[in-house]
Design a protein around this ligand. Structure first.
Ligand code: PGA
Length: 247
């Protein structure tokens, strides 16, 4: 059976007190033990959130691929581990679009995470103009080929991928469950072609983009959707847990 994962990307929201309150509220409402819950607070709150987290995994929204040194403003995997993070997002569309992160840079982040045995959720997804011109499958395939498909079969088996169509992020416009399933099935088939069906079957593929308590059930019912990467709705414990309980 594949993993079931619900991850909350808190983005640049909350403060020290409210981030610790949110993790406590999530822990109090903890869902089914089979479902892996993760939260991704802003860097500065990871330490405090990790102190309060018991069953929920705490991760970072990003990191830099070097270990240490003169990289003003950046944070390394080793530093994240030292404050209690055990996983990170790589290549969220906001990093790609607003901060110019390319497939080449993201490959370096993937390698840095693997070198430190640090887990990651690799994010991919197409912008609206690509979807409108029917090129979304080619676009996402290139993202995976250029940053991820150099992994060994074992490394790939442990990978979590989040498909997040950019036009659905924070817009209230969710991909239909059919649109999500079509892309998730395509991702799994590319992994199967590159590696094999055993590897493809182990990879967890999450959907992200305006996933809410009222649409999570339909999305999570899709054969190739193994959970969600949640933005806005992850900032309320009730909504986040309601989404987790939608499996
Ligand atoms: P959203 O964000 O749920 O607010 O659309 C998802 C994400 O960006 O990870």
């Amino acid at each position: 059976m594949r993993r079931k994962i619900v991850a909350g990307n808190w983005k640049m929201n909350l403060d020290k007190v409210s981030s610790q309150q949110l993790i406590r509220d999530i822990e109090d409402r903890k869902s089914d033990a089979e479902i892996e819950l993760m939260v991704f607070p802003p860097f500065v709150f990871i330490d405090g959130v990790a102190d309060e987290a018991k069953q929920v995994r705490v991760g970072a929204q990003d990191f830099y691929f070097e270990n240490q040194g003169a990289f003003t403003g950046e944070v390394s995997v080793g530093q994240l581990k030292s404050v209690g993070a055990s996983i990170a997002l790589i290549g969220h569309s906001e990093r790609r679009e607003l901060f110019g992160e390319t497939n080449v840079v993201l490959k370096k982040k993937v390698d840095a995470a693997l070198a430190s045995a640090f887990d990651f959720i690799f994010c991919c997804g197409e912008p609206l103009n690509i979807r409108k011109t029917g090129r979304e499958f080619d676009y996402v395939k290139v993202q995976l080929e250029e940053s991820l498909f150099h992994l060994t079969p074992e490394q790939m088996s442990n990978t979590i991928i989040a498909y997040e169509p950019i036009w659905a992020i924070g817009t209230g416009e969710t991909a239909t469950s059919q649109q999500a399933e079509d892309m998730h099935a395509a991702i799994r088939s590319w992994i199967s072609e590159k590696y094999d069906s055993n590897v493809a079957e182990k990879v967890a593929i999450l959907y992200g983009g305006s996933c809410k308590p009222d649409n999570a059930k339909e999305l999570f019912a899709c054969k190739n959707v193994d959970g969600g990467l949640i933005g806005g709705a992850a900032l309320k414990a009730d909504d986040f847990i309601a989404i987790a309980n939608s499996f």
